[in-house]
Design a protein around this ligand. Sequence first.
Ligand code: PLZ
Length: 452
Amino acid sequence: MRKQAVDGMATSFEDGGMTLTTGLPQARHLATEIPGPRSRELLSRKESAVARGVGMTMPVFAVRAGGGVVEDVDGNVLIDLGSGIAVTTVGVSAPRVVTAVREQAEAFTHTCFMVTPYEGYVAVAEQLNRLTPGTHEKRSVLFNSGAEAVENAVKIARAYTGRQAVVAFDHAYHGRTNLTMALTAKNMPYKQGFGPFAPEIHRAPLSYPFRDGLDGPAAARRALDTIDKQVGKPAAVVIEPIQGEGGFIVPAPGFLPAIAQWCRDNDVVFVADEVQTGFARTGALFASEHEGIVPDLLVSAKGIAGGLPLSAVTGRAEIMDAAHAGGLGGTYGGNPIACAAALATIETIEAEHLVERAREIERLMKDRLSRLRDDRIGDIRGRGAMIAVELVRPGTTEPDPELARAVAAAAHARGVIVLTCGTYGNVLRFLPPLSISDALLDDALDVLSECL
Ligand code: PLZ
């Protein structure tokens, strides 16, 4: 139970939620069927105006959001268990972020950091250097999207090592650009028909405790043997400390440390893709911390800026500075409004103790979900506010994507935003904003148990 108020700005919850600016009622409310008539109208406009390739989880159009809810054009209020895919960790339109964005927009929207730089960018770099694991000297560089930052981490690792090969893992997701499509494992929908892909990308087996039954060191030996036999010494190993799109797969304890140690011993750059796991999402500021990993390069995005597009590569100064002047950048990288939002986001995480809040959410969700256990729930896993349920055919480990789709659809119809993921499409994943109240989470879990 927590009580708090930020800058006297708005509502505070007494049941574990955070402060809001929106004044949006924090309760699920269905005014129409889902989707309602106005959403259906907009959907038909979308179909004739927007390329078919852009999918959507729920065909409802948003007008407002905040705390733990999203309100649609028909007046339906939906519980948000998605955070716009792990982005609005501090909440949608968090008070400090809104103020910072407004003030920065009034001062200047853009100059281009590569033309006339500004303090916000430098301040975000300083914060990232301070907050990411390890006390060594660091540098940061800012971009717009997660994929763009992953690409740049690879560029930096290649410049530093003079090698080209890059190792990624089974079930990995790193983005949709050409290089990151190559790093991403899953063909449909991410790769099918979009090749040829970037060369020099190699894949190693992951630790997937529910499916391979291996302990961490054994899974690491298997991966390192593949790398040794098929690649030799790569420039970099790129890994999500907890896989996101691949199914919220938490590797067995010891797997990540063994891979990181091998990288250190072989002068291979260890790149942690913390795009989805970063910024308090998993009950640590960065998921690498759970096993004491100190990545050479850490990629962050999503939760970094409270909903504004920003991403970063942070890492060892000598590796980061291997790229020559002018070799890294982009017109919008580290946009001043996004930087202001990031500074406000970091302040919010620290002032509102959101790392601890993510751990509370983990306890609450795992407790409720474990009470749902039946023979269709193969695994309940994840950390912090990044929790998943892997669905299987009764009594087997055979994936059941139809059940995942059906449960998600039933939850949507009842006003709960739920996403699915996983190589086999059989994983329900929960990514609530840390600003959600306990009461809303409870209600969402009641709905899920009804759906199951
Ligand atoms: N690395 C670990 O999770 C983005 C993408 C969903 P961008 N994940 C959600 C979709 O269908 O496009 C992601 C990630 C990890 C990289 C990325 C890429 O980040 O900001 O979407 O480019």
